[in-house]
Design a binder for this molecule. Structure first.
Ligand SMILES: C=C(NCc1c(COP(=O)(O)O)cnc(C)c1O)C(=O)O
Length: 358
């Protein structure tokens, strides 16, 4: 198993891991790339021009557009990093041509791994709950992956869940490897050594006061939060967790269905370091989708549902903290509209769920 141990230097506050070497951050990227996998990372930060004011927020809000990654989401980063680690170290399994990658996912990690498999010549089997969009399934199938849908109501520890089915398939298929985004250090590491460094580098002399991040496996919030606290100790990091999920802590034990894809779970993933998060906001579907639609319509930001979730609750925090005009807030937008064309972008889909009711 790769999980290994994270340790933090008591003086520099820098993190290291017992099993993995870290890549150096290089802000430059050549324009001619060896493969499409090199078109992952270096996504732009965009300053919102209208949405903050429309919601009574006077500070500066910058959104990191992760839908501009090669596979369309921030999860391309961890897919590439987990494959790199396995190719280099053979952990959690040897990746040789013809090997079968099996991964439980809400879709975006699956797209990232399907992309890497198409480029590297691996076979790929994805297990994904039925709740997740058809668009994501079609993207993965187009990249050559086999998709197995699992029941939404199956708990994480059920043999019928996307995790349970992936583990069963691994035991049945020869030369199969489950990289396992829920405990693989390559998940938070990709964000600690790259996503967070991009944010710090690109913000330059604009002081970062608040970072708002949705959480699913917790890799994004763990990796970014650790680096932000290491380099900008005064900055606060807020995690956003949907009602119906328990990531924000035992108080939210009411596990329930919600529509936003990719965030929240009925268990605490090994890649989530809750001590790295200053505090949590609990989110609702309606506000998340309405904000995503507003960002698209008034800012031209073609983002997904969890992006609307992150921005809505970031604005709520700006108001409750009464952040001044010169404060700077960074929000990560994990994926884009391609994954949801027939879902929250469609008025009928929204009306069926009363998300457009006043
Ligand atoms: C866990 C997976 N996605 C995480 C995710 C997240 C959360 O990112 P984490 O780094 O897993 O906490 C937010 N928004 C979207 C649209 C996502 O797809 C997955 O694609 O398997």
């Amino acid at each position: 198993k790769l999980a290994g141990e994270w340790t933090q230097d008591p003086v520099t506050k820098a993190w290291s891991h017992s099993e993995v070497e870290f890549n150096q951050f290089n802000p430059e990227r050549p324009l001619v790339l060896d493969t499409v996998l090199d078109a992952i990372g270096k996504t732009p930060l965009v300053k919102l021009q209208h949405v903050p004011k429309a919601h009574g927020v006077k500070c500066n809000v910058y959104v990191k557009c992760e839908y501009l990654n090669a596979g369309g989401s921030t999860k391309d980063r961890i897919a590439k990093r987990m494959v790199e680690i396995a190719e280099k170290t053979g952990k959690p399994g040897k990746l040789v041509p013809g090997v079968t990658l099996i991964e439980p996912t809400s879709g975006n990690t699956g797209i990232g791994l399907s992309l890497a498999s198409a480029v590297r010549g691996y076979k790929c089997i994805i297990t994904m709950p039925k709740k997740m969009s058809k668009e994501k399934a079609i993207a993965m199938a187009s990249l050559g992956s086999t998709i197995i849908r699992t029941p939404n109501e199956a708990g994480f520890d059920s043999p019928h869940s996307h995790i349970g089915v992936a583990l069963r398939l691994k035991s049945e298929i020869q030369d199969a490897v489950v990289l396992d985004q829920y405990c693989n250090p390559g998940n938070p590491l990709a964000h600690y050594e790259q996503t967070a460094e991009e944010i710090i580098y690109d913000m330059g002399d604009k002081h970062i006061d608040l970072v708002v991040l949705t959480a699913g496996t917790g890799g994004t919030v763990t990796g970014i939060s650790r680096k932000i606290h290491e380099r900008i100790p005064t900055a606060k990091v807020v995690g956003v967790d949907p009602h119906g999920s328990i990531l924000a802590g035992p108080a939210e034990t009411d596990i329930d269905f919600y529509e936003v894809e990719g965030i929240g779970y009925d268990f605490l993933p090994g890649t989530l370091d809750t001590s790295a998060i200053d505090y949590w906001a609990k989110s609702h579907d309606k506000e998340s989708f309405l904000m995503a639609r507003e960002l698209i319509r008034t800012e031209g930001i073609l983002c997904g549902g969890s992006s609307g979730c992150a921005v809505h609750y970031a604005l709520e925090e700006c108001k409750s903290l009464n952040l001044p005009e010169d404060a700077n807030v960074v929000v990560l937008l994990p994926d884009g509209i391609r994954n949801y064309i027939t879902k929250f972008l469609d008025d009928d889909w929204m009306n069926e769920r009363h998300f457009l009711d006043a």
